[in-house]
Design a protein around this ligand. Structure first.
Ligand code: NAI
Ligand code: MG
Length: 502
């Protein structure tokens, strides 16, 4: 088995140096290259509007080169002993951990997310996810089945082949890790397609990780979703697709997979309810709402607690305490350690969010509680900033309460009985996450039993992490991530063997 392919990886580079080196490049077969046609697109800093660099725009020919490289590499990578694959991933994770600050700054520059509240935790947690899956390497086991004496019947798990991982921009590095770690440990090779908005940290991470991987095992391409993303998922040699993003694109990918009959994992949108019962600890619930709504990520989270269902007796107090908390969050320069909330990823996303806020304002029954202050720094004048908004008075059937806004906009709606709260919570096309806030065991467990959501928390609303089976019901997606079972189910295929030795 040949060894590391990227021989000279610059250490502790400044973001500017890294960007200068990575710009206009794809990472294919262990090396940086331009797209075959030399096409690029411009990347801008969401907080300042400044031009960051040109990014390579792959087309179907580049996709073909990347998939062929992955396909060739898979033949030998799949035969590397599993624990050896695990050791390599652990070493890769350690290297990433030592570069966490550098990578975090790249995420902040390209995504507009605040360094202290979002990007540093993301860069650090990524190493944790890689280590978690590396430690599961020895669990790639089959079963023996006692059919009858004289028959040896067993199953063995094998890699699927080449995996296509299509990433979104909201937590680019974390979602790259969540997809590539189980895929690689299980002996597959991967072609990652980064989101248009966030190609840089993913590319730098690929460079760092590939010091420990044979060439072609991990490839990263960037480009337009409908061009290179679509070409990747329909490539005949891609044997498995894993995607996080919008429902709309998820449908297109599911159709492309159906044409080829290959498995897909889809992690799509959400409109996750948070149920606060009459006996809940109000201050804890309010703190949990700030975390659950991911205000410090500008609400750009698929699990955002964007429908807050609060018992009528607590509703008004909850709203005023929540507003007071969110008012304290500092909106500003993502690189400034004082900043809690950064910028929205792009102008189109900002416009989408502003459109929803206008829609809410136009509803005569609704009240918009705007929170915090926009930055007045002149450097940030062209940035995509928006104040968080808490809506009250909306109906659960309104568009604001039904559609994924993916911005710092939430709605608080009252309920009178647990039964009513569960009905409201389930009255959604989504079913990703939910949280229940109560000190009473029976009603808490009744809520859990009644809720249609893939990930339910009690008295907290944290992000999912390693060993928590994560994935949605209904239109929130298909399949699970972040666990041993998800690795076995989604990144291996099972071969049944029956041998007659009578
Ligand atoms: P998107 O789903 O269009 O993009 C996600 C990824 O899919 C990107 O890498 C993109 O290049 C790729 N892609 C786009 N079209 C494709 C195609 N035809 N074939 C293959 N790949 C394709 O999401 P977008 O447009 O960035 O955001 C729109 C909305 O999606 C957001 O407002 C939000 O509601 C939702 N979203 C949900 C996320 C989640 O975590 N579940 C993450 C990002 C967005
Ligand atoms: Mg899109």
């Amino acid at each position: 088995m040949d060894n590391a392919q990227v021989t000279e990886v610059p250490q502790a580079a400044s973001p500017d140096q890294t960007i200068a080196r990575l710009q206009g490049r794809l990472f294919i077969d262990g090396e940086f290259r331009e797209s075959l046609e030399g096409h690029t697109f411009a990347l801008h800093n969401p907080a300042t509007g400044e031009f960051l660099c040109d990014v390579a725009a792959a087309d179907d020919k580049d996709v073909d080169v990347a998939v062929r490289s992955a396909s060739l590499a898979q033949r030998s990578w799949g035969k590397v002993p599993v624990r050896e694959r695990g050791k390599r991933l652990i070493a890769a994770a350690q290297t990433l951990a030592t570069h966490a600050e550098e990578v975090a700054r790249l995420i902040a520059l390209e995504s507009g997310k605040a360094l202290r509240t979002e990007c540093r935790p993301e860069a650090t947690n990524v190493a944790d996810v890689l280590q978690f899956f590396a430690g599961l390497a020895s669990e790639l086991k089959g079963d023996t089945v006692p059919l009858r004496p004289g028959l040896l019947s067993y199953t063995q798990v094998e890699p699927v082949g080449v995996v296509a991982a299509v990433l979104p921009w909201n937590v680019p590095l974390m979602l790259m890790a969540v997809k590539i770690a189980p895929a690689l440990i299980a002996g597959n090779t991967v072609v990652v397609k980064s989101a248009e908005e966030t190609p840089l940290a993913v590319m730098r991470a690929a460079e760092l990780l590939s010091q420990y991987l044979p060439k072609g095992v991990l490839n990263v391409i960037s480009g337009d979703g409908p061009v290179c993303g679509a070409a990747l998922v329909r490539h005949p040699d891609v044997a498995k697709i894993t995607f996080t993003g919008s429902v709309e694109t998820g449908r297109l990918i599911y159709r492309a997979a159906a044409d080829k009959i290959v498995p897909v994992t889809l992690e799509l949108g959400g409109k996750s309810p948070m149920i606060v019962m009459a006996d809940a600890d109000l201050d804890k619930a309010v703190d949990g709402a700030v975390i659950g709504m991911r205000f410090t990520r500008q609400g750009q989270s698929c699990t955002a607690a964007s429908r807050m269902l609060v018992h009528r007796s607590l509703h008004d107090a909850f709203v005023s305490k929540l507003k007071a908390k969110v008012d304290q969050l500092v909106i500003g320069d993502p690189l400034d350690d004082k900043t809690d909330i950064g910028a929205i990823i792009s102008k189109p996303q900002l416009e989408k969010i502003l459109g929803y806020i206008e829609l809410g304002r136009a509803d005569p029954a609704a009240t918009a509680h705007e929170c915090g202050q926009l930055p007045n720094d002149t450097d940030l004048r062209a940035g995509n900033f928006v104040r968080p908004v808490i809506f009250t008075g909306l109906q659960n059937r309104s568009r604001l309460a039904q559609e994924e806004i993916f911005g710092p906009v939430t709605c608080v709606m009252p309920f009178d009985t647990l039964h009513e709260a569960i009905d409201l919570a389930n009255d959604s096309t989504f079913g990703l996450a939910a949280s229940v806030w109560t000190r009473e065991l029976t009603s808490g467990l009744r809520a859990v039993a009644g809720l249609e959501a893939g990930y339910i928390q009690g008295n907290q609303a944290q992000v999912a992490g390693p060993n928590i089976s994560y994935g949605g019901f209904k239109q929130s997606g298909l399949g699970k991530e972040l666990t041993l079972e998800s690795m076995l189910e989604h990144f291996t295929r099972r071969k049944s063997v029956v041998i007659n030795f009578e």
